[in-house]
Design a protein around this ligand. Structure first.
Ligand code: SF4
Ligand code: SF4
Length: 223
């Protein structure tokens, strides 16, 4: 059931992020700022940061040898301020402020392409997830606030109905983001083709889905 939830999340995040990133300027140049990192200042935070990522994601970022295969396959790297291999490098260096404040961790759709391509068998997608969770725990303001808002509404729909209620999700998103008028024509076409239901449908096993949410909340509370 947990894998199923994860697959649904990835599918919806990719669908949502695709039009969103169309309007985003290429950000790769920002990665050049890595050249001005003060390595001696980072030395004290480096080891604890690497250990916490290992504990949370099961991935030892020091094993990355910067081949770049993860970034070459990432469908969203063009919109990220740091590409996935640069995120890994920042983690190796202990540059937690840069990486936890980056847009990359919020634009990542957890599609796992990078993890599947890595010749070192590193789970970069899990590192991204660990970074997102760390940023949220520390109360950081997500650089991509709209992505974070969508994430929150998506999970809320899943917890309430056991599936996604698209009209409710997009209505809530539009009201809270203030982005009222984009994609109206697309919405109209989907409605005419019967792809959008006006009323939510709750699955029979919604109790099981809620239990999963409770378990995750307990795990995070104990983490
Ligand atoms: S594919 Fe793996 S080894 Fe290569 S840069 Fe990405 S994380 Fe590092
Ligand atoms: S999981 Fe990897 S390939 Fe997929 S969006 Fe995130 S960083 Fe890119």
């Amino acid at each position: 059931m947990l894998d199923l939830l994860k697959n649904i999340l990835v599918r919806y995040r990719l669908i949502f992020l695709a039009p969103y990133v169309k309007g985003v300027t290429l950000r790769r140049g920002e990665g050049e700022a890595m050249a001005v990192l003060n390595l001696s200042e980072l030395e004290t935070s480096r080891r604890p940061f690497i250990s916490s990522l290992l504990e949370e994601s099961g991935t030892d970022v020091t094993e990355c040898y910067q081949c770049g295969k993860c970034s070459a396959g990432c469908p969203l790297s063009h919109a990220m301020d740091y590409q996935p291999h640069q995120v890994m490098r920042l983690c190796q260096l202990g540059a937690r402020e840069k990486v936890l404040n980056s847009s990359s961790i919020w634009l990542c759709a957890a599609c796992m392409t990078c993890s599947a391509r890595c010749p070192r068998d590193l789970d970069i997608a899990s590192v991204m997830e660990a970074l997102r969770r760390t940023a949220l725990r520390e109360g950081r303001r997500p650089k991509e606030a709209r992505v974070s808002l969508f994430h929150e509404l998506f999970l809320s729909s899943l917890r309430n109905y056991g599936r996604i209620f698209e009209v409710g999700l997009m209505g809530g998103y539009k009201l809270r983001s203030g982005d009222l008028f984009s994609d109206l024509e697309l919405g109209r076409q989907m409605f005419m083709k019967g792809r959008l239901k006006l009323f939510p449908h709750r699955i029979r096993e919604v109790g099981e889905v809620r239990q999963i949410f409770e378990r995750i909340r307990d795990m995070e509370g104990n983490g």
